[in-house]
Design a protein around this ligand. Structure first.
Ligand code: C5P
Length: 239
């Protein structure tokens, strides 16, 4: 990463292609990537995603695949023409599924996307895990699945800031940790509960920060992105 602001991945959570296009264009040069998820993709499909990718920012395709290995491999292969720099699968799909995803991504050669695992959704707490037959703490389950993901050749995980230190210890320096739930001190928390500032997330050891509404609903999104970039840069320079 050449610039600290390259760590910023902006979540374009909208069904509106024109809005997403305008946002991507306004943020070019100020952030590292944009993220398209199920909301945008279900409404607009690969053709809509292609229009956003053509603006020029790297794209994280956040579709959280979870199916039998051959189906997930097929989905990853089908995503490759969009040139995502990152995509993700659910670790609970198991080792064979994660290996199949990594192998399919490798078919893109030098342009291979990073393949990340979702471990435990941050909307779940320990009692939710027990209700689906998983006993033990969220923290233990997250670390278990992240270690498995690494063993299967995945590049990293999406995780909450609370898990970054444990995962850095368990999975090493090169394993990518992608962290949502980021709120600058000057932005509203919205429905995010466990939030950290951009600089704190980087200080904990996050590689990429997924940031949506603090940028996309700001009166001036470019200015909000610039300010977040400066906060991260100030921290990086001080370190
Ligand atoms: O607007 P906000 O900054 O809360 O957006 C965060 C983005 O990160 C959304 O796209 C959301 O779906 C995603 N996300 C999250 N928590 C997770 C995983 C993904 O907020 N655990």
């Amino acid at each position: 990463m050449s610039n600290p602001s390259d760590r910023i991945v902006v979540a374009l959570d909208t069904t509106d292609v024109e809005r997403a296009l305008a946002m991507a264009a306004a943020l070019e040069g100020l952030v590292g990537a944009i993220k398209l998820g199920k909301e945008f993709f279900t409404a607009n499909g690969p053709a809509g995603a292609r229009r956003i990718v053509d603006v020029g920012l790297p794209m994280f395709l956040d579709l959280k695949y979870h199916d039998i290995p051959s189906t997930v491999a097929g989905a990853v292969r089908a995503a490759l023409p969009l040139d995502p720099f990152m995509l993700n699968v659910h670790a609970l799909g198991g080792a064979a599924m994660m290996r199949a995803a990594a192998d399919a991504a490798a078919e893109a050669g030098a342009k291979r996307p990073m393949v990340l695992a979702v471990t435990v959704l941050t909307s779940l707490v320990t009692a939710d895990l027990a209700s689906v037959g998983i006993f033990g703490t969220v923290r233990d389950q997250v670390v278990r699945l992240a270690v498995l993901a690494k063993d299967c050749g995945l590049d990293g995980v999406v995780c909450s800031a609370e898990e970054v230190v444990a995962l850095r210890g368990a999975c090493g320096r090169d394993f990518k940790l992608v962290v949502p739930g980021i709120r600058p001190s000057w932005a509203a928390a919205g429905d995010q509960k466990r939030i950290v500032t951009p600089a704190d997330a980087v200080a904990l050891g996050a590689d990429y920060l997924v940031i949506g509404r603090p940028i996309t609903t700001a009166a001036n999104p470019a200015e909000a992105a610039r300010r977040i970039g400066e906060e991260i840069t100030a921290f990086t320079d001080a370190g």
